[in-house]
Structure formats: C-alpha cells, structure tokens
Design a protein around this ligand. Structure first.
Ligand SMILES: [Zn+2]
Length: 198
C-alpha cells in the first residue's frame, strides 16, 4: 500500500430510506465520496439527497433499482464487487446491501484488495480536464475504445489523449461484461425467490 492509502479507512457505510434518500453516512464519508467521484455529495448538505441523482448512467440506475427492490422486498443481503481506483492503485471493493426496517437499506462498502501500478492522470480528480471525454465503466473501470472495452492499462495504447497533463473528462457508463454479469446476478436472485415461493 502506498503512503496515501495507509490512512484510508477500509469500510464505508451509508443508509438510505424507503425513497432512496441518504439518511445516515459514516464519519469518513467525504473520503468515500471523493474516491467515487461524487464530490457534490460531500458534507454538509447530503442528508436527504436522493442517491439516484448521483448516477448519470441509465443502465447503472436500472441495476441499482433492481438490486434495491430485491433487498427490500425479499429482505435479502446482496453483495457485489466493483473497482474504485486511485491514480496509482487498483482497488477492488465489495458492496454489501443489507435490508433494515421500513424499507431502509444499509450500504456497506469495504476494500478487499489493493494493487500498486503506474499512476494514470485520468484518475487524478484534482487535474483540470480537456474538452475531450472518455467513457469508463462505473463498475470495473474499463474504458471504451474503438477496440472494445479495455482495462485502463491497455486503453492507454489505444487512446493517445488519455494519459496526458490535461486528461479528458470521464463519462461513466457500463461495459458489456458488467452489464451481462449484473443481468445474470439479478436473474438468479429473482429466480431464487420464485423457487422459494413454490
Ligand atoms: Zn465494467
């Protein structure tokens, strides 16, 4: 782990109510929001905000809607992995969605593994951005290129404006691989419920 990573808390939690609004966040929330490129959700003023206002991508919103529905209606604990990289570190995270009373959900995100790598300016949220933009998968951090969705380390060879002093803006989407795996996961969760009911 790098020095910067050292002081990092490994678990971040927040709670949403039955209307998907944030009601409680952990003490280290600001750090979490920053890592997830959700700076406008920093303290103060986040209480009561709808979590879906933060999600720019329709498919990603749809996946969260489906998962929250399963957690609330079936009172099921749902978990999945995602990536939350810093410029010089690959970070594998695990999100746990736990049902609480009254349709509330506890969202608990924990760091599973980190790996150091060469730093990439594209992931440095403090840098100024050019007018160009790239599409990055919000779940696995792969980048869309003319050669398909590639890991950041490979995408750099395809996109020459990528790792520069003024990097392009990032627009978040979902890659075909994540789309498929979440589709399978949601279908399986729904099928398990139907099997239980029978
Ligand atoms: Zn992906």
């Amino acid at each position: 782990m790098s020095k910067k990573e050292h002081g990092l808390q490994n678990i971040f939690t927040y709670e949403i109510d039955g209307n998907d609004c944030l009601v409680k966040v952990c003490a280290n929330w600001d750090q979490f929001a920053e890592q997830n490129e959700a700076k406008n959700l920093k303290h103060p003023g986040i209480q009561g905000k709808n979590i879906f206002l933060q999600i720019e991508n329709n498919e990603t919103r749809q996946i969260y809607h489906e998962l929250f529905k399963i957690v609330r209606e079936q009172r099921k604990h749902v978990h999945f992995n995602y990536r939350c990289d810093s410029p010089d570190t690959r970070r594998l995270m695990e999100m746990n969605l736990l049902p609480l009373e009254d349709g509330h959900i506890l969202c608990c995100s924990k760091m599973v593994r980190t790996e150091q790598r060469k730093p990439f300016s594209i992931l440095d949220s403090t840098l100024k951005r050019s007018s160009q933009y790239i599409i990055m998968c919000g779940w696995c951090k792969d980048v869309k290129t003319s050669a398909g969705w590639l890991q950041i380390e490979q995408a750099i060879h395809e996109l020459d404006y990528f790792d520069v002093a003024i990097p392009p803006k990032i627009s978040h989407g979902i890659c075909s691989k994540c789309m498929e795996s979440f589709g399978v996961m949601i279908d399986n969760l729904k099928a398990a419920v139907h099997a239980q009911k029978r």
